[in-house]
Design a protein around this ligand. Structure first.
Ligand SMILES: [Zn+2]
Length: 120
């Protein structure tokens, strides 16, 4: 695995998405969770969920590539929830994104979504 390349792609996507998660649209942090917690008034035990990760739209195990078109920036929570417990059956990215948007709107997504004021 080429982690430098992946890191570069993640940074690129992170900036391109205005530092918001591809799925839930919450702000993410890339290097400093403490500053992030203060800036967004999020308890540090919750801000860990909003770490910026590289998300493969087409998962690696389904031959998804480390490439600009296949990497988006997603928070750790959304990334994990898409794949957790279903290594070969993750929903496709577009379907999952629609679900997440509905769940966030209903206040039923990550722990921050239900306790939150940073959503406008
Ligand atoms: Zn997210």
């Amino acid at each position: 695995m080429n982690s430098d390349k992946l890191r570069r792609l993640r940074h690129q996507a992170f900036r391109h998405q205005n530092f918001l998660c591809f799925y839930c649209k919450f702000p993410m942090w890339d290097s400093d969770p403490r500053d992030f917690s203060i800036e967004h008034n999020i308890p540090s035990r919750l801000s860990k969920h909003l770490k910026c990760t590289a998300e493969h739209l087409v998962p690696r195990q389904d031959s998804g590539k480390d490439s600009t078109g296949n990497i988006v920036a997603a928070c750790l929570w959304c990334n994990r929830m898409r794949h957790q417990g279903r290594p070969h059956k993750a929903p496709d990215a577009a379907t999952y994104r629609m679900q997440v948007v509905r769940w966030v709107a209903a206040g039923r997504w990550h722990p921050i979504a239900s306790s939150r004021r940073i959503v406008d």
